[in-house]
Design a protein around this ligand. Structure first.
Ligand SMILES: Nc1ncnc2c1ncn2[C@@H]1O[C@H](COP(=O)(O)OP(=O)(O)OP(=O)(O)O)[C@@H](O)[C@H]1O
Length: 239
């Protein structure tokens, strides 16, 4: 059964007298426990879609229905509190500090390889670690759906691949629904079981990617899927 259904979703912004269509009639039905990547070039509406899904932005038209209680979001920048330690940052979203919650924080500190840095402050850890803390903070909130807005965009290639693999491990372990936004077609193909491409607010491609994790970026099947997405986006650019 679909956990999240988006029907005829549109979003228009107005700047002075100019109307910008950020999202144009998006229809998407996402099943529980699916890893979806949303890919497209800058300005195609990816962030607007995530913001509407988590209530940070109002939609103009359309309907969103979901049976989930919690939606969590991980941003491109870790947005950690500099005066709190790694552990305290991870606890930040918890409403209660009971035994079960404490267990969750410990679990994710260990899973995300942060345990030995739990008493460090954000200024004392690397960018990749800070992004893992940000991911851990969202996981501790125990969301049914995790939205990720280019969470690895600021990382170097090595750390980016490392974190991609960690996110896949977490996905396989926790089976949560993930909606991951990126402008990188290779990243979208590496991560997504379903890849949705946007251009100028429109959905131009929606394909399944059944390749087994961890994917090999030079395998012919991987390259074919990547090429299909890339061509759809480029065709749209060329009109
Ligand atoms: N608050 C806003 N006010 C006016 N226009 C906006 C606002 N937010 C987004 N837009 C416009 O909506 C369109 C889609 O923006 P959005 O940020 O969703 O794109 P994106 O695909 O996430 O881009 P990027 O990859 O660069 O983050 C763009 O034309 C942008 O200028």
């Amino acid at each position: 059964m679909a956990q999240l259904v988006i029907r005829n979703l549109s979003k228009k912004f107005h700047i002075h007298n100019k109307e910008i269509t950020a999202l144009d009639n998006i229809n998407l039905s996402i099943n529980e426990g699916t890893f979806v990547t949303i890919v497209g070039k800058s300005g195609c509406g990816k962030t607007t879609l995530l913001k509407i899904l988590c209530g940070l932005e109002e939609k103009t038209y359309g309907e969103i229905t979901t049976n989930c209680k919690n939606i969590g979001i991980v941003f491109q920048e870790p947005r950690l509190m500099p005066w709190l330690t790694v552990e305290e940052n991870m606890q930040f979203s918890l409403l209660e500090r009971n035994h079960e919650q404490k267990y969750l924080v410990e679990k994710y500190l260990k899973l995300l390889d942060l345990y030995s840095f739990k008493d460090a402050y954000p200024s004392q850890i690397s960018g990749g670690m800070a992004q893992r803390v940000s991911l851990g903070r969202t996981l501790c909130y125990n969301p049914d759906i995790i939205l990720m807005d280019e969470p690895l965009g600021a990382l170097d290639a090595f750390n980016r691949r490392k974190l991609q693999k960690e996110i896949i491990d977490l996905f396989l372990r926790e089976k949560k629904t993930i909606i991951f936004v990126t402008h990188d077609v290779e990243e979208a193909t590496f991560l997504g079981q379903r890849i949705v491409a946007l251009d100028q607010g429109r959905m131009i491609k929606d394909i399944s990617n059944n390749l087994e994790y961890i994917r090999k970026i030079n395998d012919i099947d991987f390259l074919n899927i990547k090429e299909e997405i890339l061509n759809a986006i480029l065709r749209d650019v060329q009109g």
